[in-house]
Design a protein around this ligand. Structure first.
Ligand code: CA
Length: 228
């Protein structure tokens, strides 16, 4: 089955080159050149994934992402010119799944697209359906997380990270391994992506995020979930 990708990019040359590369990989690609068109196309085409440039005419990428997230969990990869937007892009406010800083390597973009699609179109858990650790409850079927009796909102990546760590309490994972497991990077990933998500997660699930009880840093190695 050919997955549909919506590409939102106002630089015509880049859009054309990307469309060509994506189609060569077997994807069905529609292109929108501004934010308004993007919102229409997202509704009309029901893509399995959206590649969304941040700086766009009419409605910018932030607004487009926010508007799409109001009624859809479709995976979104943001294209950005600057590194400093990462927190906002990956955070709950926007909830994009991933980002690429321009200029980027097309092969790397393709590998991230495949990783996201692998996860969103064919991921199933077996065994335990609800993981309980201390006062945290992770429902692996409904993708819901309760902390101290209240439900918390997590982005899809935060959820993936929490459910992975929480399903393997006590095991230490390096940032690289987490990048591979959660983001599926086959090429060099950015370890800061993991750190940003861990920080956001701690803010949401830890009683004292600065002194985390559940998600522990293992110096020089990575992270582990507390065994309770
Ligand atoms: Ca642009």
């Amino acid at each position: 089955m050919n997955e549909k990708i919506l590409l939102v990019e106002d630089e015509k040359t880049l859009a054309k080159a990307l469309k060509f590369s994506l189609e060569k990989e077997g994807f069905l690609v529609s292109v929108a050149y501004d934010g308004e068109e993007a919102l229409k196309a997202a509704k009309r085409d029901r893509p399995q994934l959206i590649i969304l440039d941040l700086m766009l005419p009419k409605i910018d990428g932030f607004e487009v992402c926010r508007a799409i997230r109001r009624d859809s969990q479709v995976p979104i990869i943001m294209l950005t010119a600057r590194d400093e937007d990462i927190d906002k892009i990956l955070g709950l406010e926007l909830g994009a799944d991933d980002y690429m800083t321009k200029p980027f390597n097309t092969r790397e973009l393709l590998s991230r697209i495949r990783a996201i699609l692998r996860r969103t179109t064919g991921h199933s858990f077996s065994g335990n359906k609800v993981v309980r650790i201390g006062d945290i409850e992770i429902d692996l079927i409904k993708h819901r997380v309760n902390v101290r009796g209240g439900e918390v909102s997590l982005t899809s990546k935060e959820y993936a990270l929490l459910s992975f760590l929480g399903s393997n309490p006590g095991r230490v994972f390096s940032r690289d391994l987490l990048l591979q497991e959660i983001w599926g990077y086959e090429y060099c990933g950015d370890a800061r992506t993991v750190d940003v998500h861990i920080r956001h997660l701690r803010e949401k699930i830890e009683e004292f995020p600065a002194e985390p009880y559940y998600i522990l840093t293992v110096w020089g190695t990575g992270y582990k979930f507390r065994e309770v």
